[in-house]
Design a protein around this ligand. Structure first.
Ligand SMILES: CC(C)(COP(=O)(O)OP(=O)(O)OC[C@H]1O[C@@H](n2cnc3c(N)ncnc32)[C@H](O)[C@@H]1OP(=O)(O)O)[C@@H](O)C(=O)NCCC(=O)NCCS
Length: 180
């Protein structure tokens, strides 16, 4: 699928850019081994740098194949050291986002800043009408992040997602979206 999403996006404090192989050690140090960060994610905390390197490879492949745009979030003063990711999974007319930030940067409003900039940009493109995200019904920081980003809660999806750090059974999610 071709997409006119840009390769980079600048917000007041962040650049959203493509992942590259050299990012793996930084991401491993930043958050992929952090069990608190991973709590509501669909992956388990990583214990080996090679796991994060394989994930970065998968992201680079997804970007090349046009499947997704897994933007890394880097501060303007250090392009080499990502602090998080905003993954944009591309569907016809819709973009489904997922996001994560290293723990030491929580509470600064960085993720709403990235989500607002990304969804403003995406909804100004002719091919996209909807940016959506789901979050676990107990992930209050994520729900609040989406509400601060102008997303509306559309409903509750029962038995929607397995979060392996919490339960082997699928749990309920909220569906949020911004549309034009
Ligand atoms: C969710 C996440 C991306 C938020 O990013 P952030 O840049 O820290 O977001 P903000 O700085 O806007 O802070 C989050 C908001 O949630 C609120 N919040 C945080 N924890 C909360 C809790 N336990 N209960 C209620 N509100 C909470 C904060 O007070 C803040 O709202 P406020 O500005 O009105 O005070 C970050 O916490 C994170 O990476 N979490 C782990 C990964 C994750 O869960 N990703 C989402 C998967 S769906």
């Amino acid at each position: 699928m071709t997409s006119s999403l840009p390769d980079q996006l600048r917000t007041p404090r962040l650049t959203l850019r493509a992942p590259r192989p050299g990012d793996a050690p930084h991401l491993f140090a930043a958050y992929t081994q952090d069990s608190v960060v991973a709590r509501y994610m669909t992956w388990r905390p990583q214990t080996l740098l090679s796991q994060t390197a394989a994930f970065i490879d998968y992201c680079i492949q997804g970007w090349s194949a046009g499947r997704s745009r897994p933007y890394l979030l880097v501060p303007h003063d250090n392009d080499d050291v990502p602090v998080g990711m905003l993954d944009a999974r591309l569907q016809a007319h819709t973009i489904d986002i997922g996001y994560v930030l290293q723990r030491s940067r929580w509470g600064e409003g960085l993720m709403p800043e990235a989500i607002i900039a990304f969804s403003d940009m995406a909804l100004a493109l002719p091919e996209y009408f909807r940016v959506q995200a789901t979050c676990d019904t107990e992930n209050q920081a994520s729900a609040r992040t989406l509400e601060k980003s102008g997303f509306l809660r559309e409903g509750r999806l029962e038995r929607h997602t397995v979060l392996p750090n919490l339960s082997p059974e699928p749990r309920a999610s909220y569906m949020y979206a911004r549309c034009r």
